[in-house]
Design a protein around this ligand. Structure first.
Ligand code: SF4
Length: 410
C-alpha cells in the first residue's frame, strides 16, 4: 500500500510530553563515522552536570526512556552511575553505542545498574578497525556477534541503527533479512537517511545575520553530488522486498506538510517467519494506553516477546487481522508452529533535516531526540551549531546571494 498519512497514526509526542529524552554524556568518540553530527569540543561532562540534565528532563520532558548518547557514551568513566541515576528516577536508560568496547562482563554491569537496552549503530561508513571495505551484508556478521552477546545476558534488548547513504541504499534489504532471522533477539532496526551541507554550494549566517564558516561543522563537506535518499524511498524498497512490512505511525516535518520524518512499523513474527505488521489502531492503543496507565508515551517495548495475545486487538485493526490470518494459515499447515513464541520487531526510518530554499530546515515535528543545552531543549542533531555559533544557522545557496555590482567596489 503506498504511503498515505491518513493510513498512519501520527505519534502524539510533543516537546513537553515525549517518549524520549536525549542525554549526551561526552563528545569524545573512538570512531569517526561519516554521518556523525558531533565533534570533540568539550570532552566528558561531570556527573553532577549529567544529573542536572536528567532532572531537567524529568521536569520538562516526561520521557519513558532516556537515550544516553555522545560521542561514545561507553567511554565516560561514570557511565554506570549515569545509568543507575536514570533508573532510580523512574525512567528507562538506553545506551546508544558503537559497541566497540562491548564485553559480556560490561553487559552484566549494565544490567545490574538498571539498563533497559542498547541501540547499536553499525554501518559501512564508520571506518571500523578490522571491518574496513565491508558492505552492509558483511556487517551482519558483526551485528550477529553483538545481538548474541546481548541475548546471552537476558533481560536487555537491542536495536540496530545504520545511516543510509545513496551508495548503500540498495543494501537495506540485506539488513532487514538478517533482522527477520533474529526476531527473537533483535527488537528493532532503524535506518537514518544521510544528510549533509556543502561549502561549495552553500553559505551560512548566524543569529545576527553574520556570515560564518560552515566548514567548522563536522558534518559539512566540501562537495556532495549524490541525491539524498528519502524515507518514502527506503519504505518502498523494504516493502518491495518484504510485502508483510507496513508502516503504522509517523512524525511529519516542521515545515513541509508531506514529509515523513519518522516512519515506523511493528512486525509480528517467530524465528521461522514474519507474518505481517500491526496497524495504526494498535499503535494508537499502545501509546494512549501506556500514557493512561504509566503517565508517559512509549518508545520501546522492554520485552519484544508478545505472544499470540497481540491478536486480541484484531477486531479494531484490519492490518493486524491480515497478520493473524497469515499466522493462522501457517499454524493450520504446521500445527507444531502453534507453540512458536511470537515477537514484535520494529523497523524505523528517520529522514534527517532538509534545508529548504529559504535557508531554514525541515526538522522532525515533535523531535524525539531533543537534548538540553544551556538550559534549553534543542534538536540534538544541530547542537554543534549552538556550541560553535551560539544558535541555529540559516543556510542559503551561494548562487542566491546578491551579486556585487560590476565595478561597485572601486
Ligand atoms: S530533528 Fe530531532 S529527531 Fe529529527 S534528526 Fe534532528 S535530532 Fe533527530
Amino acid at each position: 500500500m503506498p504511503l498515505d498519512k491518513r493510513n498512519l497514526y501520527r505519534m502524539p509526542w510533543s516537546m513537553n510530553d515525549n517518549a524520549i529524552a536525549w542525554l549526551e554524556v561526552t563528545d569524545i568518540c573512538n570512531l569517526r563515522c561519516e554521518g556523525c553530527y558531533r565533534q570533540h569540543l568539550t570532552g566528558h561532562k561531570t556527573l553532577e552536570q549529567i544529573k542536572d540534565e536528567i532532572r531537567f528532563f524529568k521536569q520538562w520532558r516526561n520521557p519513558d526512556n532516556v537515550s544516553i548518547a555522545g560521542g561514545e557514551p561507553l567511554l565516560h568513566p561514570q557511565i554506570m552511575d549515569v545509568v543507575a541515576f536514570i533508573a532510580e528516577n523512574g525512567m528507562k536508560p538506553i545506551v546508544l553505542t558503537n559497541a566497540v568496547t562491548f564485553s559480556p562482563q560490561l553487559l552484566r554491569e549494565f544490567k545490574r545498574a538498571g539498563l533497559a537496552g542498547f541501540t547499536i549503530h553499525i554501518d559501512s561508513h564508520q571506518g571500523r578497525p578490522h571491518w574496513k571495505d565491508k558492505n552492509e551484508k558483511d556487517l551482519n556478521e558483526l551485528r550477529q556477534q553483538y545481538a548474541d552477546m546481548v541475548a546471552a545476558e537476558k533481560g536487555l534488548y537491542v536495536i540496530f541503527n545504520s545511516t543510509v547513504y545513496p551508495s548503500t541504499f540498495h543494501e537495506i534489504p540485506d539488513v532487514v533479512r538478517w533482522g527477520h532471522a533474529n526476531m527473537d533477539r533483535v527488537a528493532g532496526l532503524v535506518f537514518i537517511t544521510y544528510r549533509t551541507a556543502t561549502t561549495t554550494d552553500n553559505v551560512a549566517f548566524d543569529l545576527h545575520s553574520q556570515q560564518v564558516d560552515l566548514g567548522r561543522l563536522s558534518y559539512v563537506r566540501d562537495q556532495f553530488d549524490e541525491r539524498f535518499v528519502t524515507s518514502p524511498e527506503v519504505y518502498q524498497l523494504i516493502q518491495d522486498n518484504f510485502p508483510e512490512y507496513e508502516a503504522s505511525c509517523y512524525l511529519g516535518g516542521t515545515m513541509v506538510h508531506s514529509s515523513f520524518k519518522w516512519l515506523a512499523a511493528a512486525l509480528v513474527g517467530s524465528r521461522r517467519k514474519v507474518f505481517g505488521s500491526v496497524g495504526k489502531q494498535t499503535m494508537e492503543v499502545a501509546q494512549a494506553g501506556h500514557h493512561l496507565f504509566s503517565g508517559t508515551y512509549l518508545a520501546y517495548l522492554t520485552k519484544s516477546r508478545v505472544g499470540a495475545k497481540i491478536f486480541l486487538l484484531c477486531p479494531w485493526d484490519p492490518t493486524l487481522r491480515k497478520t493473524w490470518r497469515s499466522w493462522l494459515g501457517d499454524v493450520v499447515r504446521h500445527p507444531g508452529h502453534l507453540f512458536d513464541p511470537l515477537y514484535i520487531q520494529s523497523i524505523g526510518i528517520i529522514q534527517a533535516p532538509d534545508i529548504q530554499p529559504d535557508g531554514r530546515a525541515d526538522m522532525c515535528d515533535s523531535c524525539p531526540d531533543m537534548t538540553v543545552y544551556d538550559g534549553k531543549l534543542i534538536n540534538s542533531c544541530r547542537m554543534d551549531e549552538y556550541r560553535l555559533f551560539g544558535g541555529f544557522l540559516s543556510v542559503t545557496k551561494r548562487a542566491n546571494l546578491p551579486q556585487p555590482e560590476p565595478g561597485g567596489d572601486r
